[in-house]
Design a protein around this ligand. Structure first.
Ligand code: SF4
Length: 110
């Protein structure tokens, strides 16, 4: 989403998105337990990004948000899935429109 209400909200958030979203992020950390210990297998962005750049602020090695464009996952992001796992999961939790999808490896059958 590069225009319309999304663009307006994105522009507003670009002013000081970390400060604006800090309470939401803190609340998410308080109530969101770790879903799994399994490693990240893939990260993707669904339709509806408002280009606020919050994810890029959190994990710039993984997320790229060009001006007035939707977020994309960098091609080389996979190399950072282990080291930046917490940041990636935080970005997914904190995305204001919840379009960051993180898939984890399946548990081994016992
Ligand atoms: S994916 Fe979410 S956090 Fe990242 S720029 Fe788009 S709306 Fe913002």
């Amino acid at each position: 989403m590069a225009g319309g209400a999304g663009a307006v909200l994105g522009a507003a958030l670009n002013g000081d998105r970390r400060a604006l979203l800090a309470p939401q992020r803190a609340a998410a950390h308080d109530v969101t337990p770790a879903v799994t210990d399994r490693p990240i297998q893939s990260v993707s962005i669904e339709a509806g990004c408002i280009s606020c750049k919050l994810c890029q602020d959190i994990a710039p090695q993984v997320f790229l948000v060009a001006d007035d464009a939707d977020c994309v996952v960098r091609p080389e992001a996979r190399h950072h899935f282990v080291r930046l796992r917490e940041d990636i999961e935080q970005a997914a939790r904190d995305c204001p429109v919840e379009v960051i999808k993180v898939e984890h490896a399946r548990a081994k059958a016992t």
